[in-house]
Write a protein that binds this ligand. Sequence first.
Ligand code: GUN
Length: 297
Amino acid sequence: MGATIIDGKGFAATVREKVAAHVAALQRDHGLTPGLAVVLVGEDPASQVYVRSKGKQTVEAGMKSVEHKLDAATSEADLLALIAQLNADPTIHGILVQLPLPKHMNEALVINAIDPAKDVDGFHISNVGLLGTGQKSMVPCTPLGCLMLLRDHLGSLSGLDAVVIGRSNIVGKPMAQLLLGDSCTVTIAHSRTRDLPEVVRRADIVVAAVGRPQMVQGSWIKPGATVIDVGINRIEKPEGGTRLVGDADFDSCAEVAGAITPVPGGVGPMTIACLLANTLTACCRANDLPEPEGLTA
Ligand code: GUN
């Protein structure tokens, strides 16, 4: 194995420390405490785990954490009323509505009801448009985390060929915008792409975000390329039990790549770290204070 293993877990801890230090300074110098509200509708077990983790890390960073857990049968009108209340609350700087929402709700309508300045997920249509036009926005957490890892590992990304595999609104599309913003030549590949191995072989940077376990093979990777694996897939082990794997086949990719993120311990921990960073950024912007350095796009 030749590749450097990019330590996302360690880097995320550094991001959380930076956030905590900035939060402490905000409190000391301005009497301000950033506040994050997380709204969970229904009982999806994976979502419950995420929400618990978000709440815990928010408090550890010195910020205020509020959780609203609503019954799966809650009406869309009641959810919109809660969002309106959080939009108007000056102690809340970030609002996150955990997805997926129950089937009877219109996800786009709900997300677009959040004040764009408090949209720490960066999913509001205004933030999508601002990012797409290179203006200051709230940036989706997972792609922001990938960008931080890439900048930390590679320094300047200018002129590099980047291939993003996956075209989701949460990861693929914003990731492509961020890479373009850092002057990469960007290709977005997806399930209908012809000759994906050949497309990937051109890339200095490969971001795998397709949700297919171990799909990206080492034979597809240009020697020395950087592989960022966003996938988190649980698979059965031959000897019984399960384990987590990414969208890249780690062992074969690590033979060829210059650097690669592991699963777990790569991109995963960066998502919540960036959520904390976005909440801090939103609080600074709401109060016309300088934004934290190195924690935004
Ligand atoms: N569900 C899975 N990932 C996410 C995310 O990044 N944000 C929200 N709000 N819900 C999610």
